[in-house]
Design a protein around this ligand. Structure first.
Ligand code: FAD
Ligand code: NAI
Length: 328
């Protein structure tokens, strides 16, 4: 009997690996500690509508990912977003249009990973704490004391700090993952009763606690919501204010937003803050995947490549490719 392959993490890297393996005829079982798929590429349903609090949009430059995104477009999962882009520098806000194609999930980022999940076997709300390597195969232990397995291989598709803990059976891989620093991002969503008087729909920011802001409601499929905005703080500001209360984060980033807009923005009718502890790798790497093929253990994710959606997808794809190649 062929055993299934365990995949830890239902973000875009884990689901990329899962789909490539499924297409090659392998059974997979995905585990995620969250209640749904997507990880940092998920969207949140709120009283103000669907909000993308993590990944805002993505670009596709590698031919393999371009082909994949075209398939997602045919499936109706993604749509091109063409925001009125601005740049904020030296206290000046200036339009900054460009020719770059930017994709978003519609009606939210979660549409993509939900689509990729399809009918694959998944256990949500299941945090894996230990991997046990038996004679020939693997067992997974979860935080509730449950045991899962046997599996022929394990693919860990979590941020590097969470992968390190699970890589104990492969000390070399564990020490490589332990060397990856991942930086936090505070995200704030605001909704205003009447639309702010600006054509701006996205802005790259320099010289502010903010790094990026987006008019969430300008993305395709979110037009039935009030004037919603998502603000991202810089890594530096997020690190300095890691333990600030959510209320204080909202107040400070709303203040930075008002300063940047050069007009006092009204009090929001809705606000929320979310802290991404492991938002982005401090540096890009070119590993593709970390693998101990003889042991049947692989680690992938954005931190193995570019720290973007595209890098995460390519890393998961590479994990599956290496696993299949080793079996042949
Ligand atoms: P993740 O999405 O982090 O998935 C890992 C999954 O593993 C999670 O679902 C988690 O719950 C699960 N998990 C972790 N530990 C365990 C465990 N022990 N047991 C079970 N499950 C576990 N990229 C872009 O291209 N464009 C952008 O505009 C952009 N903006 C961003 C803004 C923010 C604020 C953030 C945080 C990220 C942004 N990114 C952006 C980066 C992009 O979101 C990530 O590169 C990508 O989503 C990472 O995917 P992943 O599958 O590698 O990891
Ligand atoms: P992209 O090509 O749109 O942007 C890459 C970078 O180029 C931007 O960060 C910005 O500095 C610059 N840029 C692009 N277009 C610009 C314009 N019209 N005007 C001024 N500057 C412009 O997208 P790509 O390469 O796919 O990058 C994804 C984005 O996701 C980046 O902005 C990155 O900072 C962001 N990101 C944020 C994370 C977080 O935790 N906040 C984590 C990972 C990615």
């Amino acid at each position: 009997m062929t055993l299934p392959i365990a995949i830890i993490g239902s973000g875009i890297a884990g689901l990329s690996a899962a789909n490539a393996l499924h297409k090659a005829g392998h059974a997979v079982h995905i585990f995620d500690k969250s209640r749904g798929s997507g990880g940092r590429m998920s969207s949140k349903r709120s009283d103000a509508g669907i909000l993308d609090l993590g990944a805002q949009y993505f670009t596709a430059r590698d031919r393999r990912f371009v082909d994949e995104v075209q398939q997602w477009q045919r499936n109706g999962w993604v749509v091109e977003w063409e925001p009125h882009l601005y740049n904020y520098k030296d206290g000046q806000l200036t339009p900054s249009p460009d020719e770059q194609t930017r994709w978003v999930g519609s009606p939210g980022m979660s549409t993509i990973t939900r689509g990729l999940l399809g009918h694959l076997t998944v256990s949500f709300s299941c945090r894996i704490t230990d991997l046990i390597h038996g004679e020939q195969h693997w067992y997974l232990l979860d935080a509730e004391g449950g045991e899962h397995g046997p599996f022929s291989h394990v693919i860990i598709a979590t941020p590097a700090p969470q992968a390190t803990a699970l890589l104990a059976s492969a000390p070399k891989l564990a020490s490589t993952a332990a060397g990856v620093t991942m930086e936090p991002t505070w995200a704030v969503a605001l909704a205003f009763e009447s639309a702010l008087d600006t054509p701006m729909e996205g802005c790259f920011v320099q010289g502010s606690p903010l790094d990026w802001l987006a008019r969430n409601c300008s993305k395709p499929g979110r037009d039935n919501q009030p004037d919603t905005w998502v603000l991202h703080a810089t890594s530096a500001w997020s690190k300095q204010n890691l333990d600030l209360s959510k209320e204080a984060v909202i107040e400070q980033l709303h203040g930075a937003f008002a300063e940047l807009m050069h007009f006092p923005t009204p009090a929001p009718v809705f606000s929320l803050a979310h802290r991404w502890l492991y938002a982005r790798p401090a540096a890009a790497h070119e590993w593709g995947v970390l693998a101990d093929a003889d042991l049947g253990l692989y680690a992938c994710g954005d931190w193995c490549l570019s720290g973007r959606v595209e890098g995460a997808w390519l890393s998961g794809y590479e994990a599956a490719r290496r696993l299949i190649e080793h079996q042949e």
